[in-house]
Design a protein around this ligand. Sequence first.
Ligand code: GLY
Length: 343
Amino acid sequence: MSIPTLSPLFFSTSEDLLHHIKSLQIPRSVYICDNQTQEHCFAPFFSPAQQEVLVVHHGDEHKSFEYLEWICKQLLLQSCGKETVLMNLGGGMVTDLGGFAAAVYKRGLSYMNIPTTLIGMADAAYGGKTAINCAGVKNSVGVFHPPSQVLIWDGFLQTLPEDHLRSGWAEILKMLLLFDAKLFHECTDTLTNLNNPGRFLRKALELKERVVQQDPYEQHYRKMLNYGHSIGHAIESCSGYHMSHGQAICLGMQWENHISVKCGLMTAERCRYINGRLQLLFPEVKHQWELHSLMSALKNDKKNQRGALQMTLLRDVGMAEIAISVEESIVKEVCIQMGASGE
Ligand code: GLY
């Protein structure tokens, strides 16, 4: 399997993006959209009458075996061969599902990701992770299959509601928290122009690219990027995917910082400071959690080793440690402290 080498490409206008795609002279392309990106991104920009397109229903709960099967059947019905390139136009749900379909259809097609959400641009579209959810566990079935190109035009962000944009900023803040203390402080000071991520997005991607190049298959260093995601995925699954990925990750980072304090890695003072900054992104959280649902989602986390919970935890801004074994009792204590109820 090839290691992703091509950096994401940025375009300043939709015309430049389309011109680039045309210049690739792809023999046959099939666009994968969801109903929202079909309406707001595909129809207005991509000459829909001249393109082949498959439209899935939006929402992470549809990142499923059913839709994977549906896409594969449609590709077969339309006699798509190995020369077909899937063009995934959408957020993380579309790029994860479309990427997985590309990985398994006829044992592998090439594909490109054209992210339309900030979270897709900042994280999901680049790095080769593809997946669907299974039995309520987020991204539990998938493979590494890197896109041949990731094409970014931030004009798509103009169509997004504010909560979507905030969701994307959570992944940008995660990257800055992990690797760039100065920019993290600056970014959280100036979180107003939500649909103009500019240099913060580019920096987050540059940082991600550096990590992915070093460890594309997440054997060690790439586990850094899972900071906030152990608890975050559990929160997201337990909300029935009604909470946005970014909001769940933003909470995940805060809860994991409390775990880090209890594990003796982070000081309580640094936890207060970092969590205070993260709360600027989602000041209002209205949700109730069941402890036992959170714990059962956590037990299926891909990072666990021989059944023991393992997390990436932060000591301070710019100082994370991977594969920290965490006692279940500490996780339960923090979940209760953060408002989970039950046993
Ligand atoms: N979303 C984290 C990663 O790509 O590794």
